[in-house]
Design a protein around this ligand. Sequence first.
Ligand code: NAP
Length: 349
Amino acid sequence: MTSRVIQWATGGVGRAAIEHVVRHPDLELVGCWVHGPEKSGLDAGELAGMPAPLGVTATNDVAEILATDADCVLYAPLLPNADEVAAILRSGKNVVTPVGWFWTKDPALAAAAIEGGVSLHGTGIDPGGVTDHHPLFFAGLSSAVTFVRGEEYSDIRTYGAPDVVRYFMGFGGSPEEARSGSLLKLLSGGFEQSVQMCLDGLGFAETEIRRSHEIAVATGPIEGPAGTIRPGEVAAQRFAWEAFVGSDKVVRVAVNWFMGDENLDPPWTFGPAGERYEVEVHGDPGCSVVISGWTSSDVESGLRRNPGVVATAAHCVNSIPYVCAAAPGFVTFLDLPVVTGRAHPRLGR
Ligand SMILES: NC(=O)c1ccc[n+]([C@@H]2O[C@H](COP(=O)([O-])OP(=O)(O)OC[C@H]3O[C@@H](n4cnc5c(N)ncnc54)[C@H](OP(=O)(O)O)[C@@H]3O)[C@@H](O)[C@H]2O)c1
């Protein structure tokens, strides 16, 4: 059965999602919301850089999107808007999104989902996959688990989302601004949900979650997606969210986001392992997993099409058939069957 999908916003995630929807045998693109008025009226295929138009005209009219007959909205704007998501749910469309709601069940949105007879699923790679689903998955091959970890090491020069990088992630301003920015709570909240999902999934007892945030500043000009970072401005950040049972650290979720690994003070580097994602489980037996392929080989190719962003979009798209089939309400990773990709159109049924 084919699910009809609307793409909401055509940034890096949205553009990759359009490509993935078109290739997915069980999905059909039927609508596209854009924020930029200059994009309204353009074909979704053109916006996604595809070779041919898709016959789906983008609009910046929310009412038009809410009135469109569809099964699911892939919601990927700059920042989450709970009222907007509630309206989509009440209009009878499932929502899959990388911008939040990974584990925390907002009662107003739960009610909107029930009213619309649909579901809301938050997913991605980080927060999402590598910070919750993957540690939990690998812990499934251990017993007596004492610790899990999901950690990202990425060169943010390859993430071509200037507003996300500058305002959401806090690069390019002063260290004081990065430590107290209005969006820090939102950013932190997503990762804390991943920690909580690990704690609840594994059954750890009462815990305390502690956040640490270290900053390195530029020692010379660094070209980033949001412009030049000048000496003294934020050029690298290490965030960690760690949960403790008593004095035992039981979960660590962390990101190491650097604008390259030159001209930094302190002089942090990715080390010989380079950019990567890591998952670790202590248990019987334990395991250590390094994921490559979700980071770019060079800055230019990353800015064109960042593999981490493409993977985020793929997981959102691949979740859609499962979310559409789920019972109404909040749907987390732990409520879904294994979400798989689909065969290349050339090789599939
Ligand atoms: N969980 C994860 O693993 C994960 C991974 C990557 C990204 N994300 C999140 O996913 C979201 C999209 O990321 P992205 O990489 O696609 O970012 P992006 O390339 O900057 O795209 C964001 C899009 O949001 C729209 N937009 C801009 N200003 C807006 C506003 N004021 N109100 C509403 N929409 C606005 C624009 O859409 P149009 O171009 O259509 O006008 C823009 O292209 C971000 O919130 C990001 O943090 C999550």
